[in-house]
Design a binder for this molecule. Structure first.
Ligand code: NAD
Length: 482
């Protein structure tokens, strides 16, 4: 029995107005362990009525929460963090089971890093200027209102933390709908809010499908803002509906991010882990995955040998084994998508350097890493987000051509430039159209803004920028003479 069994009773309920309550529907959705195919939990198939009850509760809670001083909201968030940290073993156990995340990665990326994020928002909240005086006006930052948060399955907690924590800190109230594929750690997080004493109605959780419960968010008249992370396709549909009701929209969408290895690097070996930790970890199911590797044409053979050599450092296997770096992909549909793209790449004439079309699974949606080389940037495998452990190696001639290829994508979420001359690498990084660009081994800064250019989204998450996203401005002109 894992630490998560303490919470199983919550999974089958919705959290509305401060209480775990049954859904208005008797239908449930099974949650599958992608490593074993076991259906080990179930969640309510939430309804429009559930969403409406949750939005009403959030609307009722708004005036008091909005008036609660920021310092008090921060103090409650600190308390939430303590409760959430006490659930660490259960969180890790559940990410192994619901997502197939390897246990070490689940602990570091899916759990501990999320605690760091929560703490960073509390800290950054101190920098928000809630009121600024100008010579002829006073500008006030106010919450937007009831925020509908819709999140994907790939980093189940990460995507929720990025929305719910800053939205609440800024005085908004929230209705959350996590992905139906990996919905369970959301229940723990919401329970931690309850235990911390968040006022009823400030945070509500509706489990269910996007097409049923999720679709209600964008058209509900009392929802003031939609904060969505997921596919570009769904994000665009939701945004169109939300804009019809003039709602604020924030979108974190897909990517097809380039990693540019510059010609002046004497040895590319130290760059390989940075690349593989991006495209292979989480089974390649990362929006920022560096899925296109751009390398000088003259050094293609050298790069190919290195990639193959380092692949043995990334064993695929049972996610419960601490030595495993790559678990299964998250679901049957993800497995089939990856399979389809590998077949497509072969059909498009890309050369398979490692891996191949995944074999029919016996137990677990496992896909071994696939490396395509001699890829042209106009191939579909280089243009479309695959969301699996599939790397495309694309040769370039000149530096200008490398930049042109890097930018030849509808997306613009992430990039990496690896070069011996830091000045040149920085210059190339500045020419890339993406919201985030890593230079060599530069670590991520939790306080930096995160978000995309182009089809990768609208808006920013992270630190001060992520907090401001959940505010609106009011100008006061007080020239009264009486
Ligand atoms: P998805 O778009 O299928 O689903 C995302 C969420 O939207 C889920 O909760 C789903 O139930 C809901 N949904 C689906 N249809 C809906 C509808 N019609 N109305 C309302 N809600 C609906 O995405 P996914 O497959 O869960 O996640 C993978 C995608 O997320 C990838 O494209 C990935 O790049 C993207 N992503 C982006 C970021 C980022 O920060 N930019 C981070 C993680 C994932």
């Amino acid at each position: 029995m894992g630490a998560e069994t303490e919470y199983t009773a919550l999974f089958e309920r919705q959290f509305i107005d401060g209480e775990w309550v049954p859904s208005s529907s008797a239908d449930f959705i099974d949650v599958e362990n992608p490593a074993t195919f076991e259906h080990f939990a179930r969640i309510p198939d939430g309804t429009v009525e559930d969403v409406d009850r949750a939005v009403d509760a959030a609307r009722r809670a708004l005036p008091a929460w909005k008036r609660t001083p920021l310092e008090e909201r921060c103090a409650l968030m600190e308390l939430f963090l303590k409760h959430f940290q006490s659930m660490r073993n259960a969180v890790i156990g559940l990410e192994v089971k619901e997502l197939g995340a390897p246990v070490t990665f689940a602990a570091n990326a899916h759990c501990d890093y999320q605690y760091v994020r929560v703490a960073s928002y509390i800290e950054a909240a101190g920098q928000v200027k809630l009121e600024e005086a100008f010579p002829a006006s006073t500008v006030i930052r106010e919450p937007v209102g009831v925020v509908g948060c819709i999140t994907p399955w790939n980093y189940p907690l990460g995507q929720i933390v990025q929305k719910v924590v800053p939205a609440l800190l800024m005085g908004n109230t929230v209705v959350l709908k996590p992905s139906q594929s990996t919905p369970l750690t959301a229940c723990l997080m919401v329970e931690a809010f309850r235990r911390a004493g968040f006022p009823k109605g400030t945070i509500n959780l509706i489990s269910g499908r996007g097409s049923r419960a999720g679709a209600r968010f964008a058209v509900h008249p009392k929802v003031a803002m939609i904060s969505f992370t997921g596919s570009t396709e769904v994000g665009v549909t939701l945004a169109q509906q939300a804009l019809a009701g003039v709602k604020r929209v924030s979108l974190e969408l897909g990517g097809k991010s380039p990693c540019v290895w510059l010609p002046d690097v004497p040895d590319y070996a130290p760059a390989v882990p940075h690349l593989f930790n991006s495209i292979l970890l989480n089974s390649g199911q990362t929006c920022t995955a560096l899925s296109r590797l751009l390398v000088p044409k003259s050094r293609l053979a050298e790069v190919e040998a290195l990639l193959v050599e380092h692949l043995s450092d990334y064993p695929v296997g049972d996610p419960a084994d601490p030595k495993t770096k790559i678990g299964p992909v998250a679901s049957k549909s993800q497995y089939e998508t990856v399979k389809r793209y590998v077949e497509l790449g072969v059909g498009e004439g890309a050369r398979l350097l490692a891996g191949g079309v995944p074999e029919a699974p016996v137990k677990g949606w496992y896909v071994k890493p696939v490396i395509f080389t001699d890829v042209r940037n106009d191939m579909r495998i280089a243009r479309e987000e695959i969301f699996g452990p599939v790397l495309c190696v694309i040769p370039y001639g000149t530096l200008d051509e490398a930049v042109e290829l890097a930018n030849d994508t509808p997306y613009g979420l992430n990039a990496m430039v690896y070069g011996a001359s830091r000045a040149q690498a920085c210059a190339v990084a500045r020419r890339i159209n993406a919201g985030n660009v890593y230079i060599n081994d530069g670590p991520r800064d939790v306080y930096a803004p995160f978000g995309g250019y182009g089809a990768s989204g609208i808006g920013r998450e992270g630190g001060l920028y992520g907090l401001l996203e959940f505010t609106q401005l009011k100008a006061l002109f007080d020239h009264s003479t009486f």
